[in-house]
Design a protein around this ligand. Structure first.
Ligand code: BGP
Length: 469
């Protein structure tokens, strides 16, 4: 739709930026923190582990001062479950509580709104050893953890996110590093785990409303429009299949407390349906989100399935569809350019994704990730000319504005990432931040912070409330 008049961003728009605990904090075994599945996992050859990361745990004050200088109105970060409970449950680790108390207070002293992800891929390893999300006890452990977070931080945190990218943990756990290699009957088990996470999420949403009546809570999946490769009806159906399996399964459960019927029939066909105990559907219905947060990097394009094994690619990740026999084939979109890491760049797809979610759920939307991973170069005089990142973000912000003009209730935009950090599976060289961290894949150098060109650009964007992009 062409608009003659473009609406401005709302006055109290949450201009923010994002990180996650295990990718930015480091201090992986300090002050009583227990190991998570990420700490115990294998890292792809040639990429950094997460032990030191960006050393934010020790430098958060300096980092927050920089966020404040950039003008951030919000900072979306995650709490490491293993800092609060080293084994996922049991005795509270006071040092973990103290760290996040300090972090939250530091943000508030700079007028930066904390947006807290309660769980971002880093399940406590002690829970994994007992079956992880396959074990229903993990639902109780998460509920107990949620209760602790609301009790200690609920007086100051107004925005909570239950689980980061539950859909990607289900579909791409191998790439992300959350998949338990010992699982048998993999797909079926993954949907059982997914069911347990949905229960955990519903319980947390209910609890949040009871314990923190002034706070808001929502899910944070990775959502994207799915395009059919052509107008051939079979391609369109394949896109509908994938959209239900990748997107709506998760959001329908979070918002309506029910399973998406197309995703359910897919699970039935494949023999993946989870065991649903008596009372589970009531639990799902009992938790309601106040908003939908979602991560957006790219759209996905699919074609009709040939119903043979060639439907499936050998690899995939958060943005590269694997494909599934009899359901859809992942293809690339000839109209889109790709990042250096092979993800398609689609700002207009951002607008359609916003519109689709808005139309289905009619809830406020919060973008919790969007950004460009690139090999940045530190030049003489501590300069990083990341014009490609500015260009990427500018085009997405333009589309966000159009989506607002279309009628979408967008309340905030938190690009990935506030500062350089370790990528989920592609090491430190795949950088996303507004702030450069001086380290290499294995050489930690001095970890000093350097403002990139995009830092100054984003500062202007925020200062002008999105008018100067
Ligand atoms: C999302 C994750 C983030 C982040 C981002 C970029 O899926 O929520 O944790 O890592 O993707 O992905 P990557 O690091 O693989 O480039």
């Amino acid at each position: 739709m062409y608009h003659e008049f473009i609406k401005p961003f709302p006055k109290d728009f949450l201009w923010g930026a994002s990180t996650s605990a295990y990718q930015v904090e480091g201090a992986w075994d300090e002050d009583g923190k227990g190991p998570s599945v990420i700490d115990m996992g294998k890292h792809p050859e040639g990429t950094s582990d997460f032990k030191v990361a960006s050393d934010h745990y020790h430098r958060y004050k300096e980092d927050i001062a920089l966020f404040a200088e950039m003008g951030l109105k919000a900072y979306r970060f995650s709490i490491a479950w293993t800092r609060i409970y080293s084994k996922g449950i049991g005795e509270i680790n006071e040092k973990g509580i103290a760290f996040y108390n300090d972090l939250i207070n530091e943000l508030l002293s700079h007028n930066i709104e904390p947006i807290v992800t309660m769980y971002h891929f880093d399940l406590p390893y002690a829970l994994q050893e007992k079956g992880g999300w396959s074990n229903r006890e993990t639902v109780d452990a998460y509920e107990n953890y949620a209760k602790t977070l609301f009790k200690y931080f609920g007086d100051r945190v107004k925005y909570w996110l239950t689980i980061n990218e539950q859909n990607m943990m289900t579909l791409h756990g191998a790439a992300i590093g959350t998949l338990d290699p010992n699982i048998e009957n993999l797909q079926k088990e993954l949907y059982q785990q997914n069911h347990h996470m949905l229960l955990a999420q519903a319980k947390a949403m209910k609890l949040c409303h009871e314990m923190c009546p002034n706070a808001k809570i929502g899910p944070a999946p990775n959502i994207t429009s799915i395009y059919p490769v052509s107008s051939k009806p079979e391609d369109v159906l394949a896109a509908s299949n994938f959209s239900s399996i990748r997107n709506w399964l998760y959001l329908d459960a979070a918002v309506f407390g029910r399973y998406n019927s197309i995703a359910w029939s897919y699970m039935e066909e494949k023999g993946y349906t989870p065991v649903i105990q008596e009372g589970d559907m009531e639990i799902l219905k009992s938790g309601k989100p106040d908003f939908i947060a979602f991560n957006y990097y790219s759209t996905s394009t699919v074609a009709e399935s040939k119903n043979d094994p060639s439907d499936k690619n050998s690899t995939g990740d958060q943005q590269i569809a694997i494909g599934e026999q009899g359901v859809y084939r992942g293809v690339s979109n000839p109209y889109l350019e790709k990042t250096e890491f092979g993800w398609e760049i689609d700002p207009i797809g951002f607008r359609s994704t916003l519109r689709e979610i808005n139309e289905r759920y009619n809830l406020p939307l919060l973008v919790t990730e969007n950004g460009l991973g690139a090999y940045d170069k530190l030049e003489e005089g501590d300069v990083v000319n990341d014009d490609y990142r500015i260009n990427f973000l500018r085009k997405h912000i333009e589309q966000a504005k159009l989506a607002i003009t279309d009628g979408v209730n967008l309340i905030g935009y938190c690009p990935w990432s506030a500062i350089d950090l370790v990528s989920t599976h592609q090491g430190f060289s795949k950088r996303y931040g507004f702030i450069y961290v001086n380290r290499d894949e294995f050489d930690l150098k001095d970890l000093r912070r350097i403002k990139k060109k995009s830092f100054y650009w984003y500062k202007d964007v925020i200062e002008s409330n999105g008018e100067k992009i």
